[in-house]
Design a protein around this ligand. Structure first.
Ligand code: NAG
Ligand code: NAG
Ligand code: NAG
Ligand code: NAG
Ligand code: NAG
Ligand code: NAG
Ligand code: NAG
Ligand code: NAG
Length: 912
């Protein structure tokens, strides 16, 4: 149905399964540049795009425009150079920068749509042919229409008090929205829940081509944005599943930045944020990002400016938690931007197709149940249910992993209910078909899950489906105690959806999701800021794709946070981003740490959960506001010796706070055996915590006044600094008025400059590009190259089979770097090859696409075509790659601040 991985990524993923590519990396999240595409910002006040393009032409850089970026906070343009022009991005960049109107130039980068593990509705109709019954509110069993996600974040209390976000405009930047959905109002424009917005790109946009905007932000092919929009704005009255969004009274605007594939680009995102800002949004939310950790990306810069201009922006922290610490995502890591982490739902919702069951003799008691269609598809049938029990199985099981006993009746004319087992649905179905079964309803063998079973090679099987464990157990209990059950299945194309919901019994309910990305940023900025519920979230989906879906990701937590901000704005009459951050952060609920299966006594680190799960009611009603909302003590080389937090009392009575400290678990960034990033769950430095001393243990804040608290940290001692331990915790303030506030902090007990290896020596080497195993090659390997036409392979070559036989560099970064070089050194310098001194080494040029700026922790696989980035074809000869990564907080002009590796030499010659 919906693919969440683009074709572009498939090869990178195929390679990542192989030996040489590091664990704990997420190549799918890389942010690659669009070859030959640039964003420029014009000098203040200047807006003469046409003179810019004629200057560009006269510099020998003919280009076609991608986007006009003419906004009050960002004036500039993005463009695509004509083919063959961009042989030399470094020189091209300086040529572009020399145009008088240009203030700054950036390459355009691709940003992928995050994987949100979407489970679309389990029913089969792929069209809006089944209009939802408007009067029928079909609620999940055990629910009263209140989503558990609202209870977890106290949104339910504000909604019950009539605070709905009314009067607040929320801009959403995403894949569009299916506003035809009744639960999203069924319309677009003034007076509708989705009342403004636009499509910046058109459905054919793929991230690389020129956007073709149109005014209609309809989402028909993706679904992500429709899910996000429903989390904020679903209308309960017109929703056949009976739930509402977290701010159903807010006005929604949708800025569509994806076509029907999963890539967008930074110029589109800059434009979308600025459009949303100029359309008067009070809060802007965006569930999109790419791994970074640097606040200097143009998109992050543009979002920071909007926050500085007074509009809070919530951006997903990312779904790369498995990669470990220091994996912040752009633009969530921009200065002032709110980075949102994800907490798991306490109930697991499933969207299923409705079936009917009559329980008891005669017509029995008629009830609804939920199931998922499999293959072969069930026709309309009404048949008695027959259950596989230990009486009929040779091994005493409720499943049919082994053949059924001889006294099993003929199963023709029945729907056979059977428990799922690891032996597989195929084995189970074969054993049942052997006894005449035509229709099989499998129930899953664990709580809160169901899938669509598919069996294509059993010609006598006429229908296969799956229901939940809870439903299966209820029925088998009735059947074995002699109560007959008649089941009526309606072809899912005509049936309605039904939501069921069960308590989360896995043990992670209410705790931080393992997929939620970790901070801090490379400059030790606190990241993420706090969390909302993003794990197993029920929301709307495009009508043509099932109308409802359950999805997981920081993508789902982020719109909930934006909705909570809207509730606070309405309730408190404020708009200021810093105050909103302080209110949400200081009242959030910090959660204990859970790894994949163990619940720890200590709190989850601040770089995983920020302040913890937002508590909307407490934030809306808090009287005391601490600022700043959080503190970074930086690394030990730049230790912030003391930090001051100001407490502002907005109430009419003095409040006295007792000051305390609750540390969270300290974790190492790197493993012991090798100084190599540790994937989740990160190693814990047990018992290690910072000591904090305070200017006062008790602090009184006068009515309407403020008071200051000074905090002095002593980072934990005795830790292995080379492994880069990150400590964190909470300054706790308990007020005499019952307010319990907290200020999260973090710091690094080591040096960001010295500890991380920029270049992993074992995983940075020369290899043959055609070798999918990425095996290092011996010194002086020989290559015969086709005459090169470009420093980089054309887009799409990555998917070729076989791949071109070129020398290539694998470069593994164990930390992010603000500047990564891959220069080429001539060893037996052939006559006539000019060299340049780069940081004290004579080089003949750079590998295509390099140097790279603001690089996240990642690896590169980079082929050398024979042409340098500067456009020079190197003569036949002996060469080596020289890879240099600038250390964090290093000086880019100082060669000593780089981690450098010269790789083994190789020989090249050319085919005639
Ligand atoms: C989808 O519905 C429209 C009418 O709403 C109809 O014209 C179209 O044929 C349907 N498509 C499919 C695949 O059922
Ligand atoms: C609805 O149910 C939730 C969860 O069971 C509960 O917390 C809430 O108070 C209920 N709300 C109403 C209005 O009954
Ligand atoms: C049918 O429903 C009635 C009323 O809810 C109940 O008393 C009766 O026990 C049910 N019968 C069966 C067979 O479940
Ligand atoms: C199946 O049942 C639905 C709903 O009653 C009906 O609209 C549809 O025509 C039936 N399909 C067939 C093939 O009879
Ligand atoms: C197994 O069979 C016995 C006798 O036929 C019956 O009493 C019992 O309920 C059956 N047990 C199950 C689990 O079906
Ligand atoms: C840490 O210190 C460095 C060097 O002074 C500075 O550039 C960086 O911004 C600091 N980090 C934070 C979060 O303040
Ligand atoms: C603040 O209150 C919490 C919860 O009641 C309590 O666990 C903690 O010990 C208190 N801390 C201080 C410093 O009073
Ligand atoms: C490359 O070719 C040279 C000259 O033929 C030869 O000596 C050398 O062994 C070759 N390198 C490798 C790795 O086979």
């Amino acid at each position: 149905m919906v693919r969440w991985c683009s074709a572009l990524l498939s090869l990178a993923l195929a390679r990542s399964a192989l030996a040489a590519v590091p664990i704990g990396y997420d190549p799918g999240q890389k942010t690659d540049i669009v070859p030959g595409a640039y964003i420029v910002e014009f000098n203040n006040g200047q807006n003469d795009e046409s003179s810019f393009y004629s200057d560009l032409q006269s510099k020998g850089l003919p280009a076609s425009k991608r986007m006009t970026l003419s906004y009050s906070l960002f004036k500039g343009s993005s463009f695509q150079l004509d083919k063959g022009i961009d042989v030399d991005p470094v020189k091209t960049t300086s040529r572009i920068a020399s145009i008088p109107v240009v203030k700054k130039v950036w390459p355009v980068r691709i940003v992928p749509l995050p994987d949100s593990k979407i489970r679309p509705a389990g029913f089969g109709h792929n069209n809006s042919t089944v209009p939802p019954a408007p009067s029928l509110a079909r609620r999940a069993p055990g629910q009263n229409g209140t989503l558990s996600t609202h209870v977890q974040t106290q949104v339910d209390k504000l909604l019950a008090a009539g605070v709905t976000g009314k009067g607040i405009r929320i801009g959403i930047i995403d894949t569009g929205v299916d506003y035809r959905h009744p639960a999203l109002g069924g319309c677009f424009g003034p007076g509708c829940p989705v009342s403004f917005g636009t499509d910046l790109v058109g459905d054919d946009y793929n991230g690389y081509n020129t956007p073709r905007p149109d005014p209609d932000p309809l989402d028909t092919c993706q679904g992500h944005g429709t899910h996000v929009a429903g989390i904020i704005g679903a209308q309960r009255e017109r929703n056949e599943l009976g739930f509402s969004g977290a701010a159903p009274g807010a006005e929604l605007g949708m800025y569509k930045v994806f076509g029907c594939v999963d890539n967008t680009a930074t110029d589109v995102l800059v434009a979308a944020f600025n459009r949303a800002y100029e359309d008067g949004c009070d809060v802007i939310t965006c569930s999109i990002g790419g791994n970074s950790g640097w606040a200097e990306d143009p998109w992050a810069v543009a979002v920071s400016r909007i926050v500085a201009a007074g509009v809070p922006c919530t951006v997903a922290a990312g779904n790369s938690g498995s990669a470990g610490l220091f994996y912040a995502s752009t633009a969530a890591d921009g200065r002032g931007v709110t980075a949102v982490a994800s907490v798991e739902n306490i109930e697991i919702p499933l969207v299923l197709v409705e079936g009917r069951a009559a329980i008891g003799e005669g017509c029995g008691n008629k009830t609804s149940f939920g199931w998922m269609e499999g293959r072969p598809k069930f026709p309309n049938v009404t048949l008695p249910l027959w259950v596989v029990t230990p009486n009929y199985t040779t091994d005493g099981a409720w499943n049919a992993c082994n053949p059924l006993s001889d006294d099993t009746p003929d199963l023709k004319g029945k729907i056979v209910l059977v428990e799922y087992a690891i032996c597989s649905d195929w084995v189970i179905a074969n054993n049942l078909v052997a006894k005449g079964a035509e229709y099989i309803m499998i129930y899953y063998n664990q709580d809160s899950f169901a899938f669509s079973p598919v069996i294509d090679d059993l010609p006598t099987l006429k229908g296969l489906g799956m229901t939940t464990y809870q439903q299966g157990k209820e029925w088998r209990q009735l059947l074995t105690s002699g109560v007959p059950i008649l089941v009526k299945i309606t072809d899912p194309v005509y049936a309605r959806p039904i939501a069921v919901s069960y308590p989360n019994t896995v043990g992670d309910g209410g705790l931080v999701n393992y997929f939620s990305s970790w901070g801090p940023t490379w400059e030790v900025g606190l990241y993420p800021h706090f969390a909302a519920v993003g794990g197993d979230v029920l929301s709307t989906f495009p009508l043509d794709l099932g109308a409802f879906a359950v999805a997981s990701g920081t993508s789902m937590a982020t719109p909930q946070t934006a909705a909570v901000m809207a509730l606070l704005m309405q309730h408190r009459g404020i708009r200021d981003p810093q105050t909103l951050m302080s209110l949400l952060s200081s009242t959030a609920q910090a959660k204990p740490f859970i790894d994949y299966d163990k619940l720890w006594a200590g709190l989850a680190p601040v770089p995983q959960q920020g302040a913890g799960l937002v508590q909307a009611w407490d934030a809306a009603n808090a009287r005391t506001v601490p600022s700043p909302s959080s503190v970074s003590f930086n690394d030990t080389e730049h230790l912030v010796g003391s930090a001051t937090v100001t407490l502002r009392n907005t109430g009419g009575k003095a409040v006295t706070f007792s000051v305390g400290h609750v540390p969270a678990l300290t974790m190492y960034t790197y493993n012991t055996e090798r100084l190599y990033p540790a994937p989740f769950p990160n190693p814990i430095a047990e018992g290690a915590a910072a000591k904090l001393s305070f200017s006062a243990d008790v602090i009184t804040v006068p009515a309407g006044g403020s008071a200051e608290l000074t905090i002095r940290p002593t980072p934990p001692a005795g830790l292995d600094e080379k492994r880069l331990p990150v400590y964190s915790g909470y300054v706790v303030l308990n007020g005499t008025n019952g307010e319990n506030l907290a200020v999260p902090y973090l710091g690094v007990a080591g040096s960001m400059y010295s500890a991380p290896k920029m270049l992993d020596p074992e995983r940075t080497f020369t290899f043959r590009y055609s070798n999918l195993n990425l095996d290092p090659i011996p010194a002086d390997s020989n290559f015969t190259l086709p005459i090169p036409t470009s420093p980089e392979l054309p887009p799409g070559t990555e998917g070729m089979n076989p791949l071109p036989n070129l020398p290539a560099a694998v470069m593994q970064l164990d930390a992010g770097t603000s500047l990564l070089r891959c220069d080429i050194v001539a060893l037996d310098a052939p006559a006539g090859v000019p060299t340049t001194d780069v940081l004290g080494v004579e080089v003949v040029g750079s590998i295509g696409g390099f140097p790279a700026e603001w690089v996240p922790r990642r690896y590169f696989v980079k082929p050398f075509t024979g042409m340098t980035q500067e456009g020079k074809i190197l003569p036949a000869g002996r060469y080596a790659f020289l890879v240099r990564g600038l250390r964090i907080f290093g000086d880019r002009e100082n060669a000593a601040d780089y981690d450098a590796l010269k790789l083994l030499p190789f020989n090249i010659e050319y085919k005639n």
